[in-house]
Design a protein around this ligand. Structure first.
Ligand SMILES: Nc1ncnc2c1ncn2[C@@H]1O[C@H](COP(=O)(O)OP(=O)(O)OP(=O)(O)O)[C@@H](O)[C@H]1O
Ligand SMILES: [Mg+2]
Length: 339
């Protein structure tokens, strides 16, 4: 059993990969055995941040050409890494045999305390399948309204699919504690008002020039600059994750994969059957009624979206009411850490 955490965002470029990698290292520094699964198909993936260029990826495991141990990158600065790469795209269309091969490959893996899944930007079925199968999700946002709107869309889709566990939020690239606090409060208010899913703050990561410097030198900032603000933020987030260990996060890997692949199977795009029957093209007699109901729903939806936009983008804000949630006071937190 391991804690399986999926890191997602909705919007691209907000810092999922930087956080996945450096959080994995921060957890390993606390003595935990961590495996980072690189499920990011984008350009800025774990390979680039680490300078590692693996030969195989998950696709070779799915096709039976290699075992997981062949593609696993062992002990990179204390963590293991699975390069998902093109194999992640393949997950959506596995045959029964390939599903079996994949699940049994993971069954043979040694035990880990944490599995961290770094996902691609956007709300693809693969990203959703990882989220829905995990009992812990970290949603990365920045203070930008577009990031908050995309994060809200992600939460809405998760709610629609019945996701029930509270989603943990990290505000990244923070310039000032107040801005982070406001951004979080704005998201919280909107989610509380419109969605059944719950969110809770996990922490913030400072906007730090050493993060970019570490990308250039292809060495994670947690290793290269252990005392920089972003590294201290990562250590604090790792501490919080370790302290708040609900049993819900622990799931057997086989159950995770089973849930993940079942979700993908159930959400495959349906093929439209072509028929030469002219009658089949004729509208249903109830179609007018159904259309007007849809129109009504649509206009309600447009109104709701307008309200959500206003809430997420507005500058004036009602102060966040829950005192235990004010962990985003960055300046005083940093001062205490330095002291
Ligand atoms: N706290 C930070 N301070 C400064 N720069 C940061 C910070 N976090 C991330 N960045 C920079 O933002 C850029 C995007 O980061 P990253 O690749 O981790 O985002 P991502 O969400 O994984 O992107 P994608 O959606 O493309 O996968 C990188 O150049 C990274 O160096
Ligand atoms: Mg990424």
């Amino acid at each position: 059993m391991a804690r399986i955490i999926t890191i997602t965002s909705g919007k691209g470029g907000v810092g999922k990969t930087s956080i996945s990698l450096n959080l994995s290292l921060a957890l390993a520094a606390e003595g935990f055995k961590v495996c980072l699964f690189d499920a990011d198909l984008g350009l800025a993936n774990v390979n680039i941040l680490t300078g590692l260029y693996p030969q195989g990826d998950l696709e070779s495991v799915i096709s039976g050409r290699a075992g997981l141990t062949d593609i696993l990158i062992r002990d990179y600065q204390g963590i293991d890494i699975i390069p998902g790469s093109s194999g992640v795209e393949k997950l959506a269309e596995l045959t029964r045999d390939e599903t079996g091969t994949l699940i049994s490959a993971f069954l043979d893996m040694e035990a880990y305390d944490f599995f961290i899944f770094d996902t691609s930007a956007g709300i693809s079925s693969q990203v959703l399948s990882f989220c829905m199968a995990s009992h812990e999700i970290i949603l990365v946002v920045t203070t930008e309204p577009t990031s908050l709107t995309d994060a809200y869309s992600m939460l809405k889709v998760l709610s629609k699919h019945g996701y029930e566990c509270p989603v943990k939020v990290i505000v990244n690239q923070v310039m000032a504690g107040k801005a982070a606090q406001k951004a979080y409060a704005r998201l919280k208010q909107t989610v509380t008002r419109f969605l059944p899913v719950k969110i809770e703050p996990l922490g913030i990561v400072a906007s730090d020039k050493n993060v970019r410097a570490s990308v250039i030198s292809q060495t994670p900032f947690f290793i290269l600059f252990p005392d920089t603000a972003a590294s201290k933020c990562m250590a604090a987030i790792a501490d919080k994750l370790i302290r708040h260990h609900g049993k819900a996060g622990d799931i057997p890997l086989e159950l995770f994969w089973d849930n993940c692949l079942r979700f993908l199977e159930n959400h495959r795009p349906r093929k439209i059957e072509k028929t030469g029957d002219a009658k089949a093209a004729k509208p249903d007699p109830d179609v007018r009624e159904k259309l007007s109901q849809m129109e009504e729903k649509l206009s309600l939806l447009i109104k709701e979206v307008g309200e959500i936009r206003k809430l997420l983008e507005t500058r004036a804000l009602i102060p966040c009411p829950e005192p235990e949630e004010i962990i985003l006071d960055f300046e005083s937190w940093l001062a205490a850490k330095k002291g």
